[in-house]
Design a protein around this ligand. Structure first.
Ligand code: DAH
Length: 347
């Protein structure tokens, strides 16, 4: 009996686990509920009285040695760094992560900002939720103007008890509202551009969306003329689309400018030869512009006898489509990474 315990003690002394699992097995085998030690304690009753003392001493020794072993190796395994054998060949190149990209609308907006900042324009901002005054009335829209119609404008119903629009707020339909916002706080000379998102109640198609982006620009000072407008826009068109770009202005109408015009550029795709994009005319429209109507200046408490100004507004989607030959503007809001990846590294 004593010999058997001694040989178990020897076994414990000689035990060296290589991995954590082996140590755990050892612990269960000796110290576990149904382990060696438990058996020995159970046999204690059957041991002859005179041998009991020696038996107890040996069993205790066995218990201490087993516990020491477990504690010693538990610490060792805990200290060991994580097993890296599964990582594989560390000399192989790492897995590369694709960098993100700016959205093409952001890229073109930034480019517009840079082009105008080079000739002294700063950047202004205004709210997307607008009141009637800033979006329409101050800009000389007569009360019955069709743009105020529920067809075009997303009105915001502030009073849930009333079924219909109560005439207070709407999502801005154009960035021209920022002209009025800026002039609430600043007086001429003012030379600024206002990029931002606008909303219209339109059916979504390849050429129209219920939200899109515009950049408004305007310059008010003493003696600002239509010639200044034309030269500014020529400079912009050539910086944006290349030095060989031509512009032409066609008479038009906007409530807030007089005279008003629309500007075309020579087709960026066919260079004026005629193609699908320019519908074989050689020209594509990119913006509306004109001399700020004196009534608008007066609405903003600016002396229209002393000051004159020009204004223009363009759609960023349109500029982007021409610059990058995008045929369907819906792709700008689809978040398709295969499309967005084309713009990696551009800012
Ligand atoms: N606000 C006009 C629109 O959304 C664009 C525009 C036209 C802006 C002429 C102007 C301008 O500043 O002078 O269609």
């Amino acid at each position: 009996m004593f010999e058997k315990i001694k040989s178990l003690i020897n076994e414990i002394d000689g035990f060296t686990p290589n991995v954590k699992d082996e140590l755990e097995q050892f612990r269960v085998q000796y110290l576990g509920k149904k382990g060696v030690l438990g058996d020995l304690f159970a046999q204690m009753k059957e041991v002859a009285a005179e041998d009991r003392k020696e038996f107890g001493r040996l069993v205790n020794e066995l218990k201490n040695k087993a516990e020491e072993k477990v504690n010693l190796f538990r610490e060792k395994f805990e200290e060991q760094p994580a097993d890296t054998s599964a990582v594989g060949d560390l000399t192989l190149p790492g897995v590369s992560k694709a960098p993100g990209s700016f959205h093409p609308i952001t890229i073109v907006r930034n480019e517009i900002n840079r082009i105008f900042s080079r000739i002294g324009f700063n950047v202004s901002d205004g709210p997307e939720v607008e009141d009637d005054w800033h979006n329409f009335s101050a800009l000389n829209f007569p009360p019955e103007h069709p743009a105020r119609d529920m067809q075009d404008t997303f009105f915001i119903n502030l009073d849930p008890d009333k079924e219909h629009y109560n005439g207070q707020l709407a999502l801005r339909t154009h960035t021209s509202s920022v002209q009025i916002r800026v002039l609430d706080n600043e007086k001429p000379p003012v030379r600024t551009i206002c990029p931002g998102r606008v909303y219209r109640n339109e059916a979504i198609s390849a050429r129209a969306h219920c939200f899109f982006h515009q950049v408004e620009g305007f310059y008010i000072d003493e003696g600002v003329s239509f010639a200044d407008l034309k030269q500014t826009l020529l400079y912009f068109a050539q910086e944006m689309f290349g030095a060989d770009t031509k512009i032409r202005l066609r008479p038009s109408y906007f409530p807030f400018t007089e005279p008003s015009a629309e500007m075309d550029i020579s087709c960026t795709i066919c260079k004026g030869e005629g193609c699908n994009v320019c519908k074989h005319t050689g020209w594509v429209e990119i913006l509306g512009c004109g001399m700020i109507d004196p009534a608008v200046l007066e609405n903003c408490k600016i002396d229209s006898k002393k000051y004159t100004g020009f204004a223009f507004g363009m759609g960023i989607e349109r500029i982007t489509m021409l610059k990058y030959t995008v045929k369907d503007l819906r792709i700008f809001s689809e978040n398709d990474v295969r499309f967005l990846r084309h713009f990696q590294g551009v800012n």
